[in-house]
Write a protein that binds this ligand. Structure first.
Ligand SMILES: C=C(O[C@H]1C=CC=C(C(=O)O)[C@@H]1O)C(=O)O
Length: 412
């Protein structure tokens, strides 16, 4: 790991608790026009913050390499790469980990921002944070009639054998409650969804995204394990229907099996045979239940040093957000969906930040884009030949509730 310089919080910051320090660092990054990512990993009890020295330093071409020698940073990738929605990898120039609350780490590449940062750490806190805004117009929000028509077109495409499965989605616009505070909303999501990957990413001209996703895209852990999952099929979690009692319809079993089969086809493409498959099991994601199969590979026991990197490039976008076959499903979405998904159903997460060789990338689901006076929420549903348009609309309504929970009231 390249040398990191550690800046100690000055005596003036003694009264500031760790969340206050995170918030103050975020305020400084926003004020100086720098990209930032705040996140909390599933099961972790504390969040982390990463600030990149500049927007220019965050532009990237290829998906990140998942190996110990690769640069440390936070990946923020759109569903589909374009000039409007660039692929980003925020270098880990300034990092703050609540596990080490007394210092802020600065990379050698960001040496020249040290004086300004040190001064900011000693400066008084500010009330309002100036979150970065997207320069794109807000996407079209489909009405119920438009969405059910889209689902019918998707089902017709499956019947006509253009695709085997396709995931359609929509955007929904909601007003922000008066005095809405995105940092407070991030903290609220962390508390509400301990099993989710909770994130708040803000990038100049790209905008600000908040979410709580249940879906791992690609993980490499400290003990040398690669992990991915096939997550699909949805029903509400209720007092009567829990993971132990849930019953799944044939349509849902098939929908999830297609995603699992896609992951196996990626392993086959790489000629990897030694993987562990667990499931499908019923799992909780917020107020919802899904079917999930986990796939693990012990990287010490296979001759594939670049497995994480190769799998990431094959997996995105998975059939849980695109469809199968991948290309035909992507074309269907492009032609019929009628709005820009931007970073919804892209992927995000830290690479080599916690330690070299540790990466945790998630599919950007159950998320919203924060705009000047409204939030744009996103949700999709996997279609099969048996999909009922009205049910699929209801399912998107349920999925929107995960993140819209923070728009109901204001904590500040
Ligand atoms: C596309 C979404 O969810 C995916 C993940 C789990 C279950 C899904 C489903 O039941 O359709 C989706 O494939 C979304 O939340 O917007």
């Amino acid at each position: 790991m390249p040398e990191l310089r550690k800046l100690r919080w000055p005596a003036t910051a003694v009264g500031l608790d760790v969340l206050g320090r995170l918030r103050h660092l975020a305020a400084g990054a926003l004020r100086t026009g720098r990209p930032l990512a705040l996140w909390r990993e599933p099961g972790a009890d504390h969040p982390r913050l990463l600030v990149a020295r500049s927007l220019e330093a965050a532009f990237t071409g290829l998906p990140p390499a998942l190996d110990a020698q690769a640069p440390a940073g936070f990946a923020f990738f759109p569903f589909r790469d374009s000039d409007h929605n660039p692929a980003l990898f925020l270098p880990a120039d300034v990092t703050y980990d609540v596990a080490e609350p007394e210092t802020v780490a600065v990379s050698a590449a960001a040496n020249d921002i040290v004086p300004g940062l040190a001064a900011w750490m000693a400066a008084p806190t500010v009330e309002t944070l100036a979150w970065h805004r997207s320069q794109q117009p807000a996407p079209h929000a489909a009405t119920e009639a438009e969405y059910t028509a889209l689902v019918s077109e998707g089902v017709a495409a499956i019947e006509n054998k253009e695709v085997v499965k396709v995931v359609t989605s929509r955007a929904a616009r909601r007003p922000l409650p008066p005095g809405f505070d995105a940092f407070g909303a991030f903290v609220e999501l962390m508390e509400k969804y301990p099993r989710a990957f909770v994130s708040l990413v803000s990038v100049p001209s790209v905008g600000t995204w908040l979410g709580a996703t249940p879906e791992v895209l690609a993980e490499v852990t400290a003990d040398g394990t690669f992990h991915t999952m096939a997550l699909a099929a949805t029903q509400p979690l209720t007092a009567e229907v829990t993971p132990r009692t849930a019953i799944w319809r044939q349509k849902e079993i098939e929908e999830q099996a297609l995603v699992a089969r896609y992951i196996v086809s990626c392993f086959k493409q790489l000629r990897l045979r030694e993987y562990h498959e667990t499931g499908p099991r019923t799992v909780i994601a917020g107020q919802l239940l899904h079917l999930r199969t986990d796939f693990e590979v012990n990287l010490k026991h296979v001759p594939f040093p670049n497995l994480g990197t190769d799998m990431l490039r094959l997996l995105h976008p998975t059939s849980a957000v695109g469809g199968m076959p991948k290309q035909a499903a992507m074309e269907f979405i492009q032609q019929h969906e009628g709005y820009d998904r931007a970073y919804y159903s892209g992927f995000l997460g830290p690479v080599n930040v916690a330690a070299p060789g540790v990466a945790r990338l998630y599919v950007n689901l159950r998320c919203l884009q924060l705009r000047a006076d409204e939030a744009v929420l996103y949700a999709g549903t996997g279609l099969t030949v048996d999909s009922d348009p009205e049910r699929e609309w209801q399912e998107t309504q349920m999925k929107l509730q995960t993140v819209s929970a923070v728009l109901m009231r204001n904590e500040d």
